[in-house]
Design a protein around this ligand. Structure first.
Ligand SMILES: [Zn+2]
Length: 204
């Protein structure tokens, strides 16, 4: 009789052990380690914490970019085509907006890349000031591209006069968080451009 009771107790304990091991398995299954989902969705607190990491972590060592590359096309003037209405605006080399007009397609494609990196934040460009039809009466120096950052909490940050380099800072921030790629495939620490990064993110 005693033997039967002991066997019963052992069986019950064994059963309980199996149940608890199964429960633990389920728990760890619910918590994926670092998925792309958790990296991509960022709240304001996440942004602020990521900015703090730039100061506290050692950046990866800088890499020199390619020194020699094919000479690009030499323009006397640049025809800018407005993506909204197709209007063509001519920029001469002397124009203060000449370089912006040239880099507009690159900025667009970098913003597209940036948008695919982050969930919960939308990035868009306002190029209207580069178009003589959208903005006929502004001075040359005001013809700039603006970046608009819209957060899921409803905040909108607008920065006038963004460059391709600015968007590279943001891509670096949302990729490794410590460095960014230069236009010739080099790598530089974000620490050096942190004030600008904060302006772009609306955290200055
Ligand atoms: Zn236009």
């Amino acid at each position: 009789m005693v033997l039967i009771q002991v066997v019963c107790v052992v069986l019950i304990l064994w059963g309980l052990m199996i149940v608890s091991v199964k429960a633990q398995d389920q728990k760890s299954g619910e918590r994926p380690s670092v998925s792309s989902e958790t990296i991509q969705s960022m709240s304001r607190i996440d942004i602020q914490n990521a900015l703090k990491k730039i100061d506290s972590n050692n950046p990866p060592p800088p890499k020199m970019g390619a020194m020699c590359y094919e000479p690009g096309a030499v323009y006397k003037h640049k025809e800018y085509v407005c993506p909204l209405d197709g209007e063509k605006t001519m920029y001469a080399t002397e124009s203060k907006a000449f370089n912006t007009a040239i880099s507009a397609p690159e900025i667009r494609s970098l913003v597209k890349e940036l948008g695919s990196l982050v969930k919960g934040i939308s990035f868009s460009l306002d190029e209207k000031k580069l178009c003589a039809k959208c903005f006929p009466n502004i001075v040359d120096a005001d013809r700039k591209i603006a970046l608009i950052v819209q957060y899921s909490d409803g905040r909108t940050v607008r920065t006038e006069g963004v460059t391709a380099q600015d968007i590279r800072y943001l891509i670096g921030f949302f990729q490794d968080g410590l460095s960014y790629k230069t236009n010739n495939d080099g790598q530089e620490p974000l620490k050096e451009v942190e004030p600008r990064l904060k302006v772009l993110l609306g955290e200055n």
